[in-house]
Design a binder for this molecule. Structure first.
Ligand code: FAD
Length: 551
């Protein structure tokens, strides 16, 4: 049996090598348009910045090494330009020889990836994109010693990584993002932490503006301003490469990706598709989703080989678990944001915590911000986000695993996670999210979100800051009175009558205060995430009377 694979990187090469392991006799041909296969696209930005010094380390395999180890027939600079599903053939152009050939197949696997979107603005041809090794080489050449200023358009994962790495080699970077925040999978109050980190590192962040025009020495933005730029990079998103599939009449879905079934079969017999080019099933609602991430492409590549080799398997959707570093921060997420969950009509409980990455008494602990998005009706975890200097990666991975295993939010409390002071806490931040979820869902620890505070106060509630006087003086929510939790019992006369909202730094002391106040008959709710969440939320930005400081 002969399998032809289009695209020799994440999905395509996973399929090829897995198929070889499953079938020593299969004829496997990999056709790759660019000059390289098995290159580390995820590492490309880091060579630009010199973190990965040796370009050769990005090239994980060559056609020769793949032939030697796996007996694969790998042809770079070979572009597939047409598929004839009825005849079971593809038309291939050898880009170096300029020759066109026909290649037959029994199974065809498409893994052509996704292409960077370049907006049709004047001068766009002058801008760079970053997708493959050739793009990287062009960008490295353009970012030479004479390049002082760069504009990176797009505050997504690749845009942020590119901006940071240009900055790393001494280039002044302006990051332009059309939305009012970077990193669309995050909610606003979590993305604000990333904005702070970018500012702290000298990145000029322009939100709410797009690149409207690219000139040789500057960029015109949609808000009418101009930014000097010797170098421009577009990283405003990727689109599934579906031209080949469309030409061959394969079904393309509403999100613009190739439609595949649970076994990654397209609408044409014998033709499969994987990776960035296909629509995936979102496990939360079964809807179609585009998830251009390497883990998903690799998993699908492996799975399609199993299907071709006749091995039974389980279809898994893609829940969009992602991570990146932004200077000293780790930013990670899985599943849906609160915004996405609310838009889909779910009643959501959003839980924010600000735990330490490991036991506070052990040196080197960092504070992190975690957010859990929970279905209020079922208690199911819909998503999670984390931002912090350390410890974020494992918490989000644990929650992603919990989601995949059907563990609900309250059950996070009972997960038995590895602990020693250097690594975590006996009550791990993931367990703590479970405690908060339990109290929130069973009504024993009611809380409101930063977005509900304004209306709650307008309706007559009073706001009590239960942190210390020093913390309060350092910065507080306008209109709050300060009665520290440890003084609450003998300063009750200072607590106004009527409903109360209590807050502290991150929610824990306020929980103690709220429990006490509720116990003596007061109508009280906690402010979810406390000061730490409120101060990064749009509510803080919009507060007419700004807090005295935002430490
Ligand atoms: P690709 O790996 O892109 O491979 C597709 C290949 O098909 C390309 O080499 C292309 O040249 C070839 N091709 C296309 N059409 C044809 C044709 N007609 N004929 C022959 N060949 C063709 N994901 C993460 O999860 N984490 C990260 O940190 C991360 N960082 C990234 C950084 C960058 C700069 C980029 C570009 C991507 C990053 N990704 C990351 C995304 C990840 O690389 C992709 O999700 C993954 O590579 C998709 O695999 P794929 O096989 O679908 O496509």
């Amino acid at each position: 049996m002969k399998t032809v694979i289009v695209g020799g990187v994440a999905g395509g090469m996973s399929a090829a090598t897995r198929l070889r392991r499953l079938d020593p006799h299969a004829e496997i041909v990999v056709l790759e348009r660019s000059g390289h296969v098995s290159y580390a696209n995820c590492g490309l930005p880091y060579h630009l910045g010199g973190v990965i010094e040796d370009r050769a380390t990005l090239l994980l395999q060559t056609p020769e090494s793949l032939r030697a180890r796996f007996g694969l027939d790998v042809r770079t600079r070979h572009e597939v330009v047409a598929i004839d599903p009825a005849a079971h053939t593809v038309t291939v152009v050898d880009l170096d020889a300029g020759e066109e050939r026909t290649e037959s197949y029994d199974h065809l696997v498409l893994s052509p990836g996704a292409a960077p979107f370049v907006p049709p603005v004047p001068g766009a041809a002058r801008a760079h994109t970053l997708r493959n090794v050739e793009d990287l080489d062009h960008l490295v050449a353009a970012a030479g010693p004479d390049t002082r200023r760069a504009v990176v358009a797009g505050g997504g994962f690749i845009g942020l990584e590119t901006a940071e790495n240009l900055h790393r080699i001494g280039i002044d970077v302006t990051l332009v993002e059309l939305a009012d925040q970077v990193l669309a999978p995050l909610d606003a109050e979590m993305a604000a932490l990333v904005h702070d980190e970018l500012a702290r590192n000298g990145i000029d962040l322009r939100l709410g503006a797009g690149v409207a025009e690219v000139h040789p020495d500057r960029v015109g933005l949609s808000d009418g301003t101009e930014v000097a730029a010797d170098l421009v990079v577009f990283a405003i998103g990727v689109r599934p490469e579906t031209s080949l599939a469309r030409l061959a009449g394969l079904e393309v879905g509403p999100r613009g990706g190739i439609v595949v079934d649970d076994d990654l079969r397209t609408s044409a017999p014998g033709v499969y598709a994987v990776g960035d080019a296909v629509e995936k099933a979102d496990p939360l609602d079964g809807g179609a989703a585009l998830v251009p991430l390497a883990n998903v492409a690799n998993r699908q590549g492996r799975r399609v080989a199993d299907v071709i080799a006749g091995r039974p398997g389980r279809a898994r959707g893609a829940q969009s678990t992602a991570i990146l570093s932004v200077f000293d921060l780790t930013v990670a997420c899985t599943g849906w944001s609160e915004r996405r969950a609310t838009a889909s009509g779910r009643a959501v409980a959003a839980i924010h915590t600000h735990p330490a990455s490991h036991a506070g008494y052990y040196p080197g602990a960092d504070a992190m911000a975690l957010k859990l998005v929970v279905d209020r009706g079922t208690g199911a975890i819909l998503g999670a986000q984390g931002v912090g200097r350390s410890g974020v990666d494992k918490r989000i991975d644990v929650i992603a695993t919990a989601m995949a295993g059907g563990v609900d939010a309250a059950a996070l409390a009972d997960l038995e996670l590895a602990y020693a002071p250097a690594y975590g806490s006996a009550k791990d931040p993931v367990n703590q999210l479970g405690y908060v979820a339990e109290g929130r869902l069973d009504g024993t620890a009611p809380a409101i979100g930063w977005d509900e505070l304004g209306d709650t106060l307008t309706a007559g509630a009073s706001l009590v800051d239960v942190r210390t006087a020093v913390e309060h003086d350092d910065g507080h929510i306008p209109g709050s009175i300060n009665v520290p939790v440890d003084e609450l019992r003998h300063r009750l006369d200072e607590i106004p009558p009527g409903p109360l909202v209590v807050y502290c730094a991150g929610g824990q002391r306020a929980h103690t205060a709220a429990t006490y106040l509720a116990g003596i008959g007061r109508d009280v709710v906690n402010l979810d995430g406390g000061w730490a969440t409120w101060r990064t939320s749009p509510a803080c930005r919009h507060a007419a009377d700004r807090p005295v400081a935002t430490t």
